[in-house]
Design a protein around this ligand. Sequence first.
Ligand SMILES: CC(C)(COP(=O)(O)OP(=O)(O)OC[C@H]1O[C@@H](n2cnc3c(N)ncnc32)[C@H](O)[C@@H]1OP(=O)(O)O)[C@@H](O)C(=O)NCCC(=O)NCCS
Length: 168
Amino acid sequence: MPPSLTVRTALPSDADALAAYIAAIVAERLPVLFARDAPPTVEQVARMIARHADDARSALFVAVEKGAILGMLDFSGHARPQQHHVGSFGMSVARAARGRGVGTRLLRPLYAHAKKHGYRKLELEVFATNGPAIVLYESHGFVHEGRRRGAVMVGEEPVDLLLMGKGV
Ligand SMILES: CC(C)(COP(=O)(O)OP(=O)(O)OC[C@H]1O[C@@H](n2cnc3c(N)ncnc32)[C@H](O)[C@@H]1OP(=O)(O)O)[C@@H](O)C(=O)NCCC(=O)NCCS
């Protein structure tokens, strides 16, 4: 694990670097992520950072090393009162930094955040074809809770979405 890696809340001053980071992930066109036609603009990323800053129950974490963003985790609570105790997230790590523990480092502050804000459960959806992500979540105690069969088309191929969850 990189010794100089820090994980912290994204700041307004991260907008440019975070937009470039997301653009690089989008440009990979990974078959295990929801595709988008274009990456978000710097303004859209700045609004995303501001939205998270305005909502204490949500969180946007970045992993930073030597000034470069190596990963991000985007967490939000569910809106319905009966699901107030549940939050879900998405995350990614820069291609060159994968497999070095950055994903694990990004998840740790999420647990502290979830406890602090009274969440009782974390949920996520992952493409069934996303081996590294599934290994990461399983190793963090997320359990398989369901499977939405053929929920996404990857090219001509239907791919299942796995639902995973973990108590806080
Ligand atoms: C999934 C992802 C976030 C994992 O982050 P990471 O920094 O590479 O993960 P880590 O280095 O912390 O590894 C965590 C675990 O996954 C395992 N792992 C990592 N890369 C792996 C790979 N290519 N194949 C199999 N296992 C892998 C590690 O062995 C480790 O397991 P352990 O804790 O039992 O030793 C990263 O691969 C990524 O960004 N992928 C593309 C985007 C994506 O898929 N996001 C998730 C969408 S649900």
